[in-house]
Design a binder for this molecule. Sequence first.
Ligand code: 3PG
Length: 211
Amino acid sequence: MTHPFETIAAIGVVPVIAIESAADAVPLADALLEGGLPIAEITFRTAAAADVIARLAEARPDLVVGAGTVLDTASLAAARASGARFGLAPGYDPAVVDAAIEAGLPFAPGVMTPSDLSLATGKGVRVVKFFPAGTIGGPKALDSIAAPFAHLGVRFVPTGGVTLDNMGEWLALKAVVAVGGTWIARTSDIREGRFADITRNARAAVDKACA
Ligand code: 3PG
């Protein structure tokens, strides 16, 4: 099976999703797949997250499903039990990172500073989320922060303020493996059944990432 981070690198964009009802899981997955986007970060910001991951792992194995907003070891355990194939977090929690490493779950903790990056690289982590990417200072900030770690082969997933319009600027950086964002599959679009819009957003993002 392809490593999930290789899939992320190949596609270049990860939809960050807060989904409220497991009943919407399969229609959401089908909308993403139809848009050519076979990956989803299901965030633990809703009570439905673990159920959604479990349903997708079972019903749509073609979709590489990961867990996002993994803020504690309980969420990490729930993500693993549900069948999540990778995980991400907005920040660096040593207990969560240690648990992910121990479990062998590909995990990208969030970093914002060189100190965060030192903690991550010290643990052997080589893929990190750069969050909140836009607020920290955009691609220029990432370029500066990444420079001292380039020889270690660290790759970044900038998230937070990334849009269809600016994703190209991020992907132009060598250190960026993919971008992430909520604009592709918004909670309100899922709730209100606008799956055709999600397919359209996914298709546009994939096309942009390939460009
Ligand atoms: C995340 O958790 O990755 C961010 O909240 C996504 O930020 P966005 O809504 O600006 O895409």
